[in-house]
Design a protein around this ligand. Structure first.
Ligand code: C2E
Ligand code: CA
Ligand code: CA
Length: 646
């Protein structure tokens, strides 16, 4: 009977193309990718053996019977490995393999015994011909070949159960690809059983591998086009695997603080070049370590934020220092050298951060947090560090509400013209029972992320409105209280209506308070702000622009809004030694006056600074020099004592 091995030839060609493409597209890094390559190579070996085993006989210009027989043995041995390798591959892709195998002798035995039995059966076949015989040099199935089928069935079943049990760790398209092997194998086995002359089994398997190549090996899904490094999705997946497998590793976060100015000054193109060069430098650091007893990956998570994940044997502190040094040298862009202002954070996981969710939330908040440039934080985060990076801050916010630990403080604002305190800024305080004071600069951003900001916002407005209701502002010599609101609050449709409702509820006037809003860089948020401001203005509620001069400020834009107050940021008051800052401040304050608005300087700590602003016609001063933020009762006492003297 002539065997039809054209299918094997097709399989052979396709497998060669797969291997070629894996190598050319550099898809052979990482354990899962390597295992896929092994799977393809094993399948290729099997296909070749299959072809040789049915090659024309020497009498017909082909090979001798010994070669065909030997090829059949090779075929059975190599074939035995395909399904076990396939199982390992799935385990590696889903990141569950090491968990499944670790320290579990029973599982290890269950997984390897059938394979060993398969090999053994092939090895003893020359003596008992259970699996195959070769009458006249032609291959025939042996009487006990069913054992081989049973073993194959066992591995298929095993893999299937594995897939079902770990379905959460595998996405949909991958799941479909992994399970597609079942119908394909079933059809090919049935066909080959009834038409043994058609050698379609290897071809069917090759088809499955093609499906895996398309749906499982997806590099575009894990690479960032800007930097050429891996992207945030890959970071999430890789760290998730690390946690799942219970392995230890280090995560190094590199935050480029001046990334934004790079984009603004030089444009996106230059930015991309610099980012790529930075990635290349980090790669070089790793390449310099001759003893490669670690695995690492570099990720570009967002603008100005890199991460490196390392596992294996190495000194993380030293690597961290080396990365820092490598990035410290200016990166050349034509004839300018761009200097990164970095801050690094090295985490031991899972020691520093026990769960994957917490790690992701930490990375997020580290990205947004204000960290000093040049700072390196080494692992072993203390309680304070954790707070500093809003680690688990949601818990403290929740507890703050439960235990009534939120308090609104008031910081008096001094009027230069009237020589008395005419207003105050309401500042929220969270004093936790266990760890004490938590800065609003930390919990406000976290609350914006979690949505707790709405509850917080309502709390502050209620507290301030109640204060206004219960005290006669005029008698105290105060005109209004300033309330901070975040853009998130502005984004809520019913924000303005809600404020109006509360005004009626507390019976207070729209002149007794105003809102402070921070200008942002984003067009979208600017539009949101603009709409809210217009609505507030219609309701007769004034507002102040906060933190003016912190980088995002756009005077041109601000001028288009009906604003009453512009609050100059503390950094400007701190920089009076700089002649340029002085010049900018003078013209800014002039401009503010010219449009009929008023200026407040924040964060004035010394008499010297206060005097300068008084001399240069600022309208109001706020700062520790006059008064710190204080609890309600102290504030009332303070105002009564100070304003009465005027
Ligand atoms: P901000 O609106 O710029 O508030 C001014 C900050 O400067 C306050 O910090 C205040 O305590 C501090 N400050 C005032 N004078 C001086 C000074 O002379 N020297 C120094 N070093 N600092 C001074 P605080 O209270 O820690 O608040 C930080 C930020 O948290 C605020 O910045 C504001 O953005 C936000 N925040 C505070 N309360 C609220 C709130 O009720 N709602 C919202 N959405 N944000 C709030
Ligand atoms: Ca403010
Ligand atoms: Ca401010």
């Amino acid at each position: 009977m002539a065997r039809v091995y054209q299918f094997d030839i097709c399989a052979f060609l396709v497998l060669c193309i797969i291997i070629f493409s894996l190598i050319v597209r550099k898809l052979i890094k990482g354990r899962a990718n390597k295992m896929f390559l092994v799977l393809v190579v094993v399948t290729l070996g099997c296909t070749i053996a299959d072809m040789v085993s049915v090659a024309p006989m020497s009498s017909m210009g082909g090979v001798g019977p010994e070669v065909r027989i030997a090829a059949s043995y090779v075929y059975y041995i190599v074939h035995a490995s395909i399904l076990p390798v396939y199982s390992i591959f799935i385990g590696l892709v889903s990141g569950t393999w090491y968990v499944y195998m670790r320290d579990n002798l029973k599982v290890k035995l269950m997984f390897s015994m059938p394979y060993a039995l398969n090999i053994l059966l092939v090895l003893i076949n020359p003596f008992n011909h259970w699996i195959m015989r070769f009458p006249g040099g032609n291959y025939r199935r042996g009487p006990h070949v069913w054992i081989i089928y049973c073993i194959a069935f066992f591995y298929m079943l095993n893999t299937f159960v594995y897939l079902v049990r770990h379905k959460e760790t595998i996405d949909r398209s991958r799941m479909i690809a992994f399970t597609s092997i079942y119908p394909i194998t079933l059809v090919s086995t049935v066909v080959q059983f009834f038409f043994p002359e058609y050698l379609i089994e290897m071809f069917a398997l090759t088809t499955s591998l093609l499906i895996l190549l398309f749906f499982v090996i997806k590099p575009e899904e894990s690479f960032d086009a800007t930097s050429g490094a891996r992207n945030i999705t890959a970071f999430k997946n890789d760290t998730k695997k690390l946690y799942f497998e219970g392995n230890a590793g280090s995560v190094l976060l590199v935050k480029v603080k001046n990334d934004n100015s790079l984009v603004t000054l030089y444009g996106l193109n230059a930015h991309q070049t610099v980012v790529r060069k930075a990635v290349a430098r980090m790669e070089r650091v790793f390449a310099e370590y001759t003893m490669k007893s670690y695995i690492y990956n570099i990720y570009y998570l967002s603008y100005g934020m890199f991460a490196i994940l390392m596992t294996g044997k190495y000194d993380p502190d030293k690597l961290c220092d080396d990365i820092e040094k490598a990035l410290a040298k200016p990166i050349r862009l034509g004839d300018i050298g761009f200097c990164f202002e970095n801050s690094l954070c090295l985490l031991d996981v899972p020691k520093d951060i026990p769960t994957h969710e917490e790690l992701m939330s930490f990375v997020d908040t580290y990205d947004k947090s204000e960290v000093e440039s040049g700072s390196i934080i080494y692992s072993n985060l203390g309680e304070q560090d954790k707070i500093r990076f809003k680690f688990d801050i949601d818990k403290y916010i929740e507890r703050g509400f439960a235990n009534d630990n939120f308090k609104v403080y008031f910081q008096p604002i001094y009027s230069i013209k009237q020589k008395r305190f005419i207003s105050a800024e309401a500042l929220l305080r969270l004093i936790d029972d266990e760890i004490g004071f938590i800065s609003p600069a930390l919990f406000i951003p976290a609350a914006e992320k979690s949505g707790a900001i709405y509850q917080i916002g309502d709390f502050v407005i209620d507290s301030v409105f109640r204060f206004i209701r219960d005290h006669d502002l005029e008698k105290l010599g105060l005109e209004y209280i300033e309330i901070n609101i975040s853009t998130m609050q502005c984004m809520k449709e019913d924000f303005v209506d809600n404020v109006k409702k509360k005004m009626r509820e507390y019976g207070i006037s729209n002149k007794s308070f105003n809102f402070e809003i921070t200008e942002t860089a984003s067009d979208f948020l600017q539009d949101v702000l603009s709409r809210t401001v217009t609505k507030l203005h219609k309701a007769g509620i004034e507002f102040a622009i906060d933190d003016y001069g912190t980088g995002y400020s756009n005077l041109h834009r601000i001028l288009q809004e009906p604003i009453k107050i512009i609050k100059l940021d503390k950094s400007l008051a701190d920089d009076l030694a700089n002649v340029r800052t002085k010049a900018v401040l003078m013209s800014t304050m002039q401009m503010i006056n010219a449009i009929g608005a008023e200026s407040v300087i924040e964060g004035v700590e010394t008499k010297e600074t206060a005097d300068w602003f008084i001399a240069n016609r600022c309208d109001y001063i706020q700062g520790y020099y006059y008064a710190r933020p204080m609890p309600e009762d102290d504030f009332v006492d303070f105002i009564q004592a100070n304003n009465a003297a005027v």
